[in-house]
Each structure stands twice: as structure tokens, then as C-alpha cells.
Write a protein that binds this ligand. Sequence first.
Ligand code: PLP
Length: 233
Amino acid sequence: MSISANYAKIRQDIPDDVTIVVAAKKRTPQELIEVINAGATDIGENYVQETGHMYSALRKKAAEVKWHMIGHLQTNKINKALRIFDVIETVDSLEKAEAVNKRVVKAKKQMVPVFVEINIGSEDSKAGIRVDEQEPFEDYMENLIKEMSHLEYLQIEGLMTMGPRFGNPEDVRPYFRRTKRIFGRIKSLDLSNVNMKYLSMGMSNSYKVAIEEGANMVRIGTAVFGKRPCSID
Ligand SMILES: *Cc1c(COP(=O)(O)O)cnc(C)c1O
């Protein structure tokens, strides 16, 4: 199937209130234009540099969608990231949050929506706050978000997790379920500067399970575009 047919099919199969962030790493501007023309509203990128090139190549099209940073955010790329991205999904420490906050003033002087990334499977290969380094994790997260909520230019809007990648997506269900519980707990605190709207979890092989477990944002690449030209994530 074509990119637009793939996108339309996924869009049709999942609830309307679930946002699809199209994961664009290693794709061409033509491929992105096709998916935007098919109705894509949100694009996820992993690398700041690459996104800059993509943004210029798409010209006016780029402004039709929201740009999500879904890759590891390096401190020395924050200024550039703030000029391109509408949402940063990968804040993974208080220090990173403070670094972003400090740089917002320079970039655009308005609140920046951010998500906090959790490494729910505590995997070495993944970014995000590791569950196994903080005991009990739920309390740790609650305190972390409370501290972040004092940062005046950050609007904390959600949580993001990759979750372990299993051959059978059922195996990731308990990880998604736990992330959703943490999400609910933080939401119920009702902190100022914190508006827990989005739970970003689930990829091509796991988005259905993620939605069943409460995700209202999924990040999908392969199922829209086909296999990546070079399969490094
Ligand atoms: C690549 C990527 C995705 C999408 O992965 P697919 O398996 O291609 O759907 C989602 N989230 C992040 C952070 C990614 O880097």
C-alpha cells in the first residue's frame, strides 16, 4: 500500500482522540509531503540537525503540522530545537528541564510544551528516566514533576515512553499499564504549570496495545512508510 493509504487506514482504525505522530527519521521530504497531504497533523523527529533540513525542504508544508522532538535531546542542541519544535517529548531529568527553561527566553519567550520521558523497561539502550534507579519510582516521579512545575517557561503536558520492543506486543502491555498509572497519578495532583493531556506511547508494532492501555498519542513510522532504508533506530 501507498504511504497515504497506510496513514488513512491507521487513522480510520484508531479512535479520533488519539493523535498520530508520524515518526519521520530517515525519510525523504517527498515521503513527508505525501503523508501530510494524506492528513497527518503531527511529525516526530529524532535529530535536531536533520529536522532543520527537513523543515527547510518542506517550505510552506512544514507550517501545516506540529513538530515533536522524540529523540534524545542534547543540551547543546536545545537552542536550535526550540526554534523548530512545537513539543519536546524527551525531557529526561530535572537538569534537562532547567536547561530548556533557561533557553526559552532567548528563543521565543513563550511557554514550551514538554513531556517527560520514562524508560519504563529500564533498558540500557533507551533514554528516559529509568524506573530501576529510583525507589519507589511513582513517588520519585511525583516529586520530579513537582520540581519541574516551578520552571516558569515549561508547560508539562504529558509523559512519553518507548517501552521494550518485543516480538509479541502483548508482552509490552504491563509496561504501558504502569506508565498510564503514573500518568494518572500525576494528573490527579492538579499542579499549576502541569496539564497532563498526553500519554505518548506505542509504535508500529505496539500502538494497538498502547491505546488499549490508555495512550492518546502514538508514534508511528514503519507502519506508515514501510521499513526504514537502514534499520538503525
Ligand atoms: C522511530 C521511532 C518511533 C517509530 O518506530 P516505528 O517502529 O518505525 O513505528 C517511535 N518513537 C521513537 C522515539 C522513535 O525513534
